[in-house]
Design a protein around this ligand. Structure first.
Ligand code: BES
Ligand code: MN
Ligand code: ZN
Length: 495
C-alpha cells in the first residue's frame, strides 16, 4: 500500500473522505472543492435535506461522477472529539470505502487543528491528525486474505489531501505510514499458521529484515543458547521437534545515540501448555503467543526507516511449548542465565521463564531502558478485559510517561501494581522461586517473577494477553491480531 500527501486539486482519489461535525457546516477548502464538483448538491444533501446529522462514524456516500465518490464522515460533536474517536471514525470510513467496488485510491481531508480544553486528549494538531489518518485507515482496511480465494484488499493507495502540507505534517504522516506498516507486518505474522511460523522461520525472517534495513543481527541456535547459560528458556522448548532460536537485532543511528533501549517480545510460536496441557478451546488462539516477537520485529523496521537518534536492541527467545516425551516437567528446577533457580510449578506458565533469560541477556547490553511485551497472563483478561493493556514496571516515571504516550497514541492502558509481598505467592522449598503462585493476582505475580531477572532500574512490562486479539470492543480493526501497543511503542521510542 502507498501513502501520499498531496494538494487537494492534485488528488488521484476514486473516493474522497470529508468530515461533518454534528450540526455544523464544514467550510474547509476540501468541502468547497467537493461541493463545487457536485454542483452544490452536497451541501443541499447535508444541510437542507439533513441526510445525516454527523454523529461519530456516521457515513454518507455520494457519487460525484463515475470515477469519483465522496464519503462524508460524521465526527460527532466537536467538543467531544478525542484522538481515539477520530482514529475509530477514520477506520470505519476506510472500511466503508472498501465496500465501494473498484476503489483503488482513497483520499482523506486533513482535519484542522483541534484546540479546545485538553481533557481526554482532545487537542490535536494537523501532524497528529495525519499520523492518525494513515495508521487508522490502514488498520481499518486490514484483512488477512492470503488463504482466501476472494481477495478483500483492493485499495492500493491512501492520500492525505491538504493545500498547506508543511514539514511537520509530512513528518507526522511518515510516522503514521511506517507505524501502519509495522502493524500490518505483525498482524500478518500472527495470522500465519504456527505450522509455518516456527522459531527457525522467525529467525530467517529476522535475517531478511536485517539485510533489508542494514541492521546488526545475531541468531543463537540451541547450542549457543546453552553456552550463554539460558537454560530456563531452553527447558521450555525441549518438548518440541522445532528447535529454539534466540534473536538479537540492533538498530544504530548515524549519530551518537541519545538513549539505548532493549525491546523484548515474547516468542512462543505455539503454546499448547506443555505437560500442563491446555483444554482444546484455550489452545485455539495460541499461535498468537508470539505476538510480542512479531510486534518488536515490526517496530524495528519502522524505526530504521524513521532513523531517530536512539539505539534499539530487539530480542526474542523463540520456542514452542509442547507436551511430549522430552518436555520439561513439573517439579524440574531450572537455572536462569543470572544463576537464579526456578521450580516448575506449571509448564503452562512458560512465557515468564523464556522472558527471564531474555531479560538477563538484555542486562549484558548496557542499555538505559528495558521493555518487554508479552501475551503473558490470562489473568490480565479477568482484571482489565480485552480492550485495555496492563502496564507494570519498576520505575514510576517511566510508567507514567509510557501511559501518557499510549493515550496520545489512541491506545488504552492501565497500570497494575508489583508489590514485594507477592513473593510469598511464589515461595519454593527447593528453588529461589516457583513459576506460578495460585489463582490470585496472576498478572502482578507474573510481573514480580520477571522483576527478579533484570538489573535495569528502568524496566517496563507490557501484558497484552487480553488485547493482542481484537474483538468487538476494538472499533478500529476487524477480529484478529490487533497490532496493539505498536503505535505507543514507536511513539515512546521517538520521544
Ligand atoms: N500464553 C498464555 C497466556 C494467554 C492466555 C495469552 C490467554 C492469551 C490468551 C500463558 O503462557 C499462559 O498459559 N498463562 C497461564 C499461566 C498460569 C498457568 C499461571 C494462564 O494465564 O492461564
Ligand atoms: Mn502458557
Ligand atoms: Zn504462553
Amino acid at each position: 500500500m502507498r501513502f501520499l500527501t498531496k494538494k487537494i486539486e492534485e488528488n488521484c482519489s476514486d473516493m474522497i473522505i470529508s468530515y461533518m461535525f454534528e450540526n455544523e457546516r464544514n467550510d474547509s477548502e476540501m468541502f468547497k472543492y467537493l461541493n463545487k464538483l457536485s454542483n452544490k448538491e452536497l451541501e443541499k444533501q447535508l444541510y437542507e435535506y439533513k441526510t445525516i446529522k454527523g454523529a461519530l462514524s456516521e457515513t454518507f456516500k455520494y457519487s460525484l461522477n463515475n470515477d469519483k465518490k465522496v464519503i462524508i464522515l460524521g465526527l460527532g460533536k466537536k467538543e467531544n472529539l478525542t484522538r481515539k474517536k477520530f482514529a475509530q471514525a477514520i477506520a470505519s470510513a476506510a472500511r466503508c470505502a472498501k465496500t465501494i467496488t473498484g476503489a483503488k485510491t482513497i483520499g482523506f481531508e486533513l482535519i484542522e487543528n483541534i484546540n479546545q480544553c485538553d481533557c481526554n486528549y482532545s487537542n490535536f494538531e494537523k501532524d497528529d491528525a495525519a499520523k492518525i489518518i494513515f495508521s487508522s485507515a490502514r488498520i481499518g482496511l486490514y484483512s488477512f486474505d492470503k488463504y482466501l480465494h476472494e481477495k478483500k484488499d483492493t485499495i492500493e493507495t491512501i492520500e492525505i489531501l491538504d493545500n498547506e502540507i508543511n514539514s511537520k505534517i509530512e513528518y507526522g504522516a511518515q510516522i503514521g505510514a511506517y507505524t501502519s506498516y509495522a502493524m500490518k507486518f505483525a498482524k500478518d505474522l500472527v495470522n500465519e499458521s504456527a505450522q509455518i511460523v516456527t522459531p527457525e522461520y522467525i529467525a530467517d525472517l529476522a535475517c531478511e529484515i536485517a539485510k533489508e534495513h542494514n541492521l546488526n543481527i545475531k541468531i543463537y541456535n540451541k547450542k549457543e543458547i546453552k553456552e550463554l547459560g539460558m537454560n530456563a528458556f531452553l527447558a521450555v522448548g525441549q518438548g518440541s521437534v522445532n528447535e529454539p532460536k534466540f534473536i538479537h537485532l540492533t538498530y544504530k543511528p548515524k549519530q551518537n545515540p541519545r538513549k539505548k533501549i532493549a525491546l523484548i517480545g515474547k516468542g512462543i510460536t505455539f503454546d499448547a501448555g506443555g505437560l500442563d496441557i491446555k483444554p482444546a478451546t484455550s489452545m485455539l488462539n495460541m499461535k498468537n503467543d508470539m505476538t510480542g516477537a512479531a510486534s518488536v520485529l515490526g517496530i524495528i523496521q519502522a524505526i530504521s526507516k524513521i532513523e531517530p537518534d536512539i539505539e534499539l536492541h530487539v530480542l526474542s527467545a523463540l520456542c514452542e511449548n509442547m507436551p511430549s516425551g522430552s518436555s520439561y516437567k513439573q517439579g524440574d528446577v531450572l537455572t536462569a542465565k543470572n544463576g537464579k533457580t526456578i521450580e516448575v510449578d506449571n509448564t503452562d506458565a512458560e512465557g515468564r521463564i523464556t522472558l527471564a533469560d531474555a531479560l538477563c541477556y538484555a542486562d549484558t547490553l548496557e542499555v538505559d531502558e528495558v521493555i518487554d511485551i508479552a501475551t503473558l497472563t490470562g489473568a490480565v483478561i479477568v482484571s482489565l478485559g480485552t480492550n485495555i493493556t496492563g502496564i507494570m514496571g519498576n520505575n514510576q516515571k517511566q510508567i507514567d510517561k509510557f501511559i501518557e504516550i499510549s493515550k496520545k497514541s489512541c491506545e488504552n492502558t492501565w497500570q497494575m501494581p508489583i508489590l514485594d509481598e507477592l513473593k510469598e505467592n511464589l515461595k519454593s522449598d527447593i528453588a529461589d522461586m516457583k513459576n506460578t503462585g495460585g489463582k490470585n493476582a496472576g498478572t502482578s505475580t507474573a510481573a514480580w517473577f520477571l522483576s527478579n531477572f533484570t538489573k535495569s532500574k528502568n524496566w517496563l512490562h507490557i501484558d497484552i494477553a487480553g488485547t493482542a486479539m481484537a474483538d468487538k470492543l476494538n472499533k478500529e480493526t476487524i477480529f484478529g491480531p490487533s497490532g496493539v501497543m505498536i503505535r505507543t511503542l514507536i511513539n515512546y521510542l521517538l520521544s
